[in-house]
Design a protein around this ligand. Sequence first.
Ligand SMILES: Nc1ncnc2c1ncn2[C@@H]1O[C@H](COP(=O)(O)OP(=O)(O)O)[C@@H](O)[C@H]1O
Ligand SMILES: [Mg+2]
Length: 258
Amino acid sequence: MPAEVLARARDVRKSYGVVKALDGVSLELREGEILGLLGPNGSGKTTLIKILMGFIRPDSGYVEVLGMDPYDNPDVRARIGYVPEELALYNSLTPKELFDLVARIRRLEPAAYARRLDLLVSSLGLKDRMDDLIGSLSRGNKQKVAIILALLHEPDILLLDEPIVGLDPAVARIFKELLYEMRDRGCAIMFSTHILEVAEAICDRIIIMHKGKVVAEGAVEDVLKLAAREKTLEEVFLEVTGKAHEVYEVIKALRGEA
Ligand SMILES: Nc1ncnc2c1ncn2[C@@H]1O[C@H](COP(=O)(O)OP(=O)(O)O)[C@@H](O)[C@H]1O
Ligand SMILES: [Mg+2]
C-alpha cells in the first residue's frame, strides 16, 4: 500500500504587498518520509511551513494537514511537532518547567512522558542544563530545547524550520538519528534548510524552492545528479521542465559558489 499523504498543498499563493512569497506551490508530504525543503533565503520556505501550521491563511489554494484545514482547526497542532525558525521559548522558565508545562497541555501520560523526556534529554545532552533558566542557555542548547518540545508528544507530522542552525555537528548527528527513529515509526517529516549538504545528509526527497515556486522535486540523488552534471541538466532537464538553468543557479548558490 502506498504511504498515506499526511499533508498537502495545492497551488498555494501568498503575497506580502508586491512580494510573492508563495507563487503557486503544490506538494505532498507522506508518512515515513523526510522531505527537504531546500532553497535560498527568501524563497518562501518559512511562509509555506507557517501555512501548513495554520498560522497564516494563504491568499488562495488548498491546504490540508491530517485531513483538516490547519487554519480552521487549531486542534490539529496537537499532532504536529514544530521547530520555528525564530525560537520562541520562555526565558524565565527552566527547560524542565517548560517541558512539564507542555506535557500537561498536551495531556501526556506521566510515565510515558517521563521516559520520552529522559530519552530525548540524555541523547541530546541537555541533562546538566535542565534546571538552568532558558534565558541563560547558549543558542545551541536553546535549539535543543526547541527540538525536544517538537518531539516530546510523538507527533504524526514534524515541521522543522531550519532546525540544524546552532547545533554542533555531533549534536546534528544525534538529531538525525532521532528523526530517523520518528520516520521509521511513520512520522511525516518536513525539514527546511538553505544548506545543500544538510538536505543531502538527512532527506529522502527534496523540493527546491526559488522565489516562491517549486523549481525541482525528486529523490535527493536524482535532483543532485541533475544539478552536478550541468550539461545533462541543461540538455535533458531543460526540455522537461524549462527550469534547468534556474535549478542549476539555485544549487550553485546553495553550495556557496554563486
Ligand atoms: N510577514 C512578512 N511581511 C512581509 N514580507 C514577508 C513576510 N514574511 C515573509 N516575507 C517575504 O516573503 C518572502 C519569502 O520569505 P520566507 O518565507 O521567510 O522565505 P525563506 O524561509 O525561504 O527564507 C521574502 O521575500 C520575505 O521577505
Ligand atoms: Mg525561513
